[in-house]
Design a protein around this ligand. Sequence first.
Ligand code: MRU
Length: 347
Amino acid sequence: MNKNVMDYDTVSLDDDEGALLIIDQTKLPNDVEILRLTKLEDIHRAIYTLQVRGAPAIGVAAAIGLYIVVKNLDADCWDDFYTGLKAAKDYLASARPTAVNLFWALDRMEQAAVSNKSLSLCDVKKALRDEAMSIRDEDIAVCRAIGEHGLTLLKNGDGILTHCNAGQLAAVRYGTALAPVHLGRERGMNFRVFTDETRPLLQGARLSAFELVADGVDTTLICDNMASQVLKNGWVNIIFTGCDRVAANGDTANKIGTSGLAILAKHYGVPFYVCAPFSTIDAAAASGADIVIEQRPPNEVTELWYKRRMAPNGVKVYNPAFDVTDNALITGFVTEKGILHPPFPPK
Ligand code: MRU
């Protein structure tokens, strides 16, 4: 039987060849290509160019990638090994600034090395492999649990609107915002999912639509500026999005366009849920004002997905990759531990 994209883990480790395996998401939906990455620079580039993207997937890729790189470090003593590990960790952490899972996963890896420093370097490397695999396995379990809790908000036949890709391709399996849909499918349920195309990088059109169709879901692609009309038509019972970083007060950074959708949802009285693993909560950020928003290159807006450049040379371009949704617009957070409702933060 032919495999479809749902049959692959988005991120995995090939231990025999010492490689990080990712589905190259810049090639989707036309080609499902697996990249085998072994070099620090290639892993950094894969994260920056969105060959692997989505907060949970970035975290897992960075953890496995760091293990691959330090496994081959030419060091005879702990101090040299740790210097090499820190340099590789800091370089990977510089790939993208907003998704906190990247820093969270890399910090866990550093901690795993430090807490085993009394062991031989060979055993420290084994501990790093174990930690990377735990981060991967936990991601699958957490996403499935988010799916279970999210599914309690749904009934068969519901209309769901989603933005960007917070599905299987944004994690190892299931995803966050699309986990309830994939889990519902496993149980024979059907939903009508509307996916925003998500300008400028089209994660909704290229990725969410692709994995939903592959999973047999009734999927309708809309341009971002059609969401208001679709909500007004009464076609949507609930909105599920993912998140890249949740501040302590519940303000949430996610793909650019999310905050506008939350404002529309309030206007039309549609519940707006953010699906959030606890690893995406950043207690050090008091509010959304403390979250760094990634700015990306102008050519992503003017050229990347067009046969020919579609805007005049010389035009200025503003291209923030994320925006912050005010906590007051969020109906609840679907986490692996259950659904959190206001007040945010909990009293
Ligand atoms: O720039 P991207 O494609 O990495 O942005 C991804 C998102 O905004 C997702 O919604 C978010 O990471 C949650 S993924 C479960």
